[in-house]
Design a protein. Structure first.
Length: 270
């Protein structure tokens, strides 16, 4: 499916993997709607992307970036973002990047892990992802199919973000691993269901990437983590995630799969 001329909805779009994806898709000719929290830099980033798109003439005509402040777990706010995307054109790309990685051992120094702490991670990473994809899918299946290249007719593609923690969760990651494992697990049933509507569903499971979550660690710690990656021995770059997103959109045979993007790392217990 062609990126150019499509509308993309990206959660967590103000920073990290989401921002890199937005930039890549805008550069390829898409209009993007960014979902992020009101406290984020989403408005400024959307303005930057719109400016970089080069105006309203020639090949850049119609390319826009719009920020819609929303909590991915809020039905009303997410529906407003979907409606904004539909107003721009055919919604064909959804990328779920929003997530949190609050650590917590079941039996920690301060006692038993509060249930609210566990629930919050599940709510954002799993329920939030599902909330966005279900509302976006309803809009996506209402569009006319397009046929490009050898891919055959398609209406769109939904790309979710899991993590290698879905497969090798570390000590202190029960909530995070559970949430990302669930995102990976629902990929195939979603792809099977939406196949009749010509919509694909694919999940990316990144390894250790340069994201705002990682930026809070000391530089020495980041470099140490990077050296644990077999090859290339460094942290992943958001642009590499965005590059995979673009390929998934363009390759019609990628469907129902969770793709590890991790430099062959296999996480240890801690």
């Amino acid at each position: 499916m062609d990126i150019k001329g499509s509308v993309a909805l990206i959660t967590g779009g103000a920073s990290g993997l989401g921002a890199a994806t937005a930039r890549r898709l805008v550069d390829a000719g898409a209009s993007v709607v960014l979902i992020d929290l009101p406290s984020s830099a989403g408005a400024a980033f959307a303005e930057e992307l719109s400016t970089s798109a080069g105006g309203t003439s020639g090949d850049d005509a119609g390319r826009t970036a719009t920020f819609v402040p929303a909590d991915v777990t809020n039905e009303v706010e997410v529906q407003a973002a979907v409606d904004t995307a539909v107003a721009l054109g055919p919604l064909r790309i959804v990328v779920n990047c929003a997530g949190i990685a609050t650590p917590g051992k079941v039996l920690g120094r301060d006692g038993v892990l509060p249930l609210d702490s566990f629930s919050r991670v599940i709510q954002v990473n799993l329920i939030g992802t599902f909330n966005v994809l279900r509302l976006a899918a309803a809009a996506m299946v209402a569009t006319e199919p397009v046929t490009t290249g050898v891919g055959g007719p398609e209406r769109g593609v939904i790309i979710n973000t899991a993590s290698v923690a879905a497969f090798e969760g570390q000590i202190g990651q029960p909530a995070y691993a559970a949430s990302k494992g669930a995102v990976a697990a629902m990929t195939l049933p979603l792809a099977r269901e939406l196949a009749r509507s010509l919509v694909r569903v694919v999940t990316i499971a990144p390894g250790i990437f340069e994201t705002p979550m990682m930026a809070g660690l000391p530089q020495e710690a980041q470099e140490s983590l990077g050296r644990q990656v077999p090859h290339p021995s460094r942290l992943g770059r958001p642009a590499e995630y965005a590059s995979l997103v673009a390929h998934i959109v363009e390759n019609a045979m990628l469907n129902g799969e969770t793709i590890r993007l991790d430099g062959a790392i296999r996480m240890g217990p801690k």
